[in-house]
Design a binder for this molecule. Structure first.
Ligand code: MN
Length: 486
């Protein structure tokens, strides 16, 4: 992400004279350089804004810079906000208003009116905040001294969201199948997703992929099997079955590259003509490289997975499916028929071959492992409500398997719901959350809320503060608001 830039723009005006403006510029540069050290992206001071024309020029630069994913704005002095209107109207990238200050403490013994005029963030930030509110812009406000650890952490989070938003606009999903017959929640408006989230979702017949599979050479397969050997344990002697999965992986990756850079993949166990196994190990290994995956035609989860994997730097993130409960201990066991990402592995994944009752193909190779524990994780679902997308973000706690499950032939995760099992499950069901999710132990709930706001979709949060009756009321109000909006 460090190749992405966030420009720091400082608000001021000419009223206080050149000396003050010189200090403003010096301080801003120093602050931006300091902040940059703790950010996943590059933060660069751009300019001090003193007039409407200057702000328009700065925003044009921000918009035109391909690597720029957003701006940080702050007012060192008072900066009359009418001069921000034209620039902000042009701004095409997300903005964080960093309510900070050069000095952390007041110099109580020496403070005079010169100091007051040069350092009036409390004054200037309010004028700036008014115009942003008046223009109904969706920005993020972060408060704190620029060296404060908590403020820097929040800012780093927002930088990841800004980069994720830019990445989202480049996501292309390659689907080798339509959605599974009769299934509702994996459906959705692809044009809405393209327009508002930036996701391009294209269909290719599975036969096109079969041509790529048939063209894979034994030498290419040898090389990938060697890679598998480094990352995974070989728990089967059915090497030809594993080699078949390697072929699928090589073919899918080449296909995605050749056809214009697909980073999301969708397949379906019922649409496998010309393949003798459901891609399992192949899809798992592709997820470990950052590809988003959606099963049974679920393109929304493939795209969401790709975005969240990018934000997580390809760690602890992947497609999941709520599968079966332990009602006694209030747990959910999540897995899928094969395709659980090895990013979730707590034990070294083992390549195994087992029968798969669904789909009517040969026994497929897959990675089997126990899932990680993580006190703070999230499960995220994207559903189409007919007039808008709804992003549902639930806080969960990933827990160690409480017992061995020697006959479970897939990777999995176990978790507890927030605020508790009963209300967490009920809230998810009231909100219409899907069985397919993207789970992450790296991306935070706040990051997904901020990303959802930046996308302009409805965001529903289920966390430790969720109270079921208030939650239902909130869903009802939100529905009325969205009816007015669309
Ligand atoms: Mn599924």
């Amino acid at each position: 992400m460090k190749d992405k830039i966030i420009y720091w723009l400082t608000g001021s005006q000419t009223l206080y004279g050149d000396d003050v403006l010189q200090h403003v510029a010096q301080h801003s540069e120093e602050m931006a350089n300091y902040v940059n050290r703790f950010m996943p992206v590059t933060v660069k001071y751009l300019t001090t804004c003193k007039s409407s024309d200057e702000i328009v020029e700065a925003v044009k630069k921000v918009n035109a810079d391909e690597n720029c994913v957003g701006i940080i704005a702050w007012c060192h002095t008072f900066s009359p906000a009418k001069m921000w209107i034209n620039g902000l109207k042009l701004l095409q990238k997300p903005m964080c208003h960093f309510a900070t200050q050069y000095n952390e403490k007041l110099p109580y013994d020496t403070i005079d009116m010169d100091f007051m005029n040069e350092n009036q963030a409390a004054h200037g930030d309010r004028e700036f905040g008014y115009i942003v509110a008046r223009m109904r812009m969706d920005n993020k406000v972060i408060v704190g001294h620029y060296t404060d650890e908590a403020a820097l952490k929040e800012l780093a989070s927002w930088c990841r969201v800004a980069a994720g938003l830019a990445f989202s606009k480049t996501v292309k999903v390659c689907r080798f199948s339509d959605n599974m017959r009769d299934v509702a929640v994996t459906e959705g408006d692809k044009i809405d997703a393209h327009e508002n989230l930036g996701w391009q979702v294209d269909y290719y017949p599975i036969g096109d992929l079969v041509e790529y599979i048939n063209a894979v050479t034994e030498k290419e397969v040898d090389a990938l099997i060697k890679e598998y050997g480094k990352k995974y344990k070989m728990g089967t002697d059915k090497i030809s079955v594993v080699r078949e999965q390697a072929k699928y992986e090589i073919a899918i990756e080449k296909f995605c590259r050749d056809k214009g850079g697909y980073i999301g993949i969708v397949d379906h166990f019922g649409t496998l003509h010309g393949l003798n196994q459901l891609p399992g190990l192949a899809i798992q290994d592709l997820q470990s490289k950052g590809y988003g995956f959606g099963a049974e035609g679920d393109w929304k989860i493939a795209a969401l997975g790709a975005v969240m994997q990018y934000m997580a730097d390809q760690k602890g993130t992947g497609m999941m499916e709520d599968y079966t409960y332990d009602l006694k201990d209030g747990l959910c066991l999540g897995a899928h028929m094969l395709e659980v990402s090895p990013q979730f592995a707590a034990t070294k994944p083992e390549i195994q071959v087992h029968p798969l009752g669904i789909g009517g193909k040969s026994d497929p190779a897959r990675l089997v492992f126990e899932g990680i524990a993580a006190p703070e994780a999230i499960a995220v679902s994207m559903i189409d409500m007919g007039n808008r997308m709804r992003l549902i973000v639930q806080k969960i706690e990933l827990v160690k398997y409480p017992h061995k499950m020697p006959n479970l032939p897939v990777g999995g995760l176990m978790w507890k719901y927030r605020p508790n099992f009963k209300d967490g499950v009920a809230a998810w069901i009231y909100a219409g959350g899907a069985h397919h999710t993207v789970v992450s132990a790296v991306v935070t709930a706040q990051e997904m809320i901020d990303l959802g706001n930046a996308w302009g979709v409805e965001v529903v949060v289920i966390d430790e503060k969720t109270e079921l009756n208030a939650f239902k009321q909130q869903l009802m109000w939100a529905d009325r608001i969205w009816k007015l909006k669309s």
